[in-house]
Write a protein that binds this ligand. Sequence first.
Ligand code: BEZ
Ligand code: FE2
Length: 404
Amino acid sequence: MKILVSDYIYTPNGFISNQAIAFTETIKNIGTLEKLRHKYPDATIIKTEKNSVLYPGFINTHVHLEFSANKTSLRYGSFMPWLYSVIEHRDDLIKDCDNAMMENQCKEMLHSGITTFGAISSFGNELQVCEKTPQRVVFFNELIGSNAAYADMLYGDFLERLKASQSCEESSRITPAIAIHSPYSVHPIILQKAVTIAKQNELPLSTHFLESKAEREWLESDSGEFREFFEKYFNTSTPVTNIEEFMHAFDTYPTHFTHCTQANKKELDYLANKGHSIAHCPRSNRYLGCRRLKIEELNLPFSVATDGLSSNDSLNIFDELRAALMLHNDIPIQELATRLLQTVTENAADILHLNCGKIAVNKLADFTIVTLPETPKREEEIALWTILHTKKVSQVYIQGEKYV
Ligand code: BEZ
Ligand code: FE2
């Protein structure tokens, strides 16, 4: 048994002070140090620095490690020029992204307090790294392929990758999962097969959805910048599905929809009614010119996530939270800071069906300790000071073990 003591603890009921946590792999008790010491006389007591705040480990629900080599290769500013630049540089970016590079990015996330991440995997290249990393990884094997002629082959490859991730489940902190690339890039027949597998095996399911104006125009009226793209690369001028049909494919299984920046109220209400959730990636949306997601109007759970380095400049969750504070500039800042911390803890854990994200008895002992530069004068501002002042966290525990 270990006992962690810090000046403040972030709980579902707000910040509490002068308390400690007793834990093994899970949280056993919360109370004053005196009480816990008395109850567990043999426990190791770990004191944190003054002005430390103990949080549940943070969760980044959507990241692409395989694209970690991008720095100045891809074109930012607008979605379609970005996509053309991905096609142009994809082979080099994948080749340059070795295990050491991906391990570094896992470390970058760890030092920003991320104890769990959702890795969207196009090729399965990051599986070894995700097996080795101390963090929990929801390993989203991605299905892609709109052309019926190649769909079966791509589906077969997807099943192989899924199987490989399932074989690591026992020996690592990996949870196998499924990702659908997008409405425009996945044929409805293989889409339905993948959703059925997710449902039968209770695997987390995610998809990119309505990220760009071009995507919307293509799915709604076979027009816009995607028409030229599909004529050029796929010799077709008709999309394989439409917005309604695509959403309906997920009706019976709660899914994590990434971006949704171009979704209208009716579509968002539909997703909410079916129990779905959203991954909101503020910097990615800004860098690819994909509009601001109106989080103040959402009536479904959402997480804040980094996306990959193909559309971002870091995988540090605090960089993302600071960007979110700036992007959503009409929301009162204290209220937004509090809300943002919920999205990367409790909300994200619920979305990924994980028993973490909350400081409460029986939850997994995943902790992130942030040390503020001085004593907060007002308790109601701790969330904001945490986001503004943290580049690196001071300590990280996963399943009761210390990793930072
Ligand atoms: C496809 O496989 O159909 C596809 C892949 C990437 C972008 C668009 C379509
Ligand atoms: Fe993504």
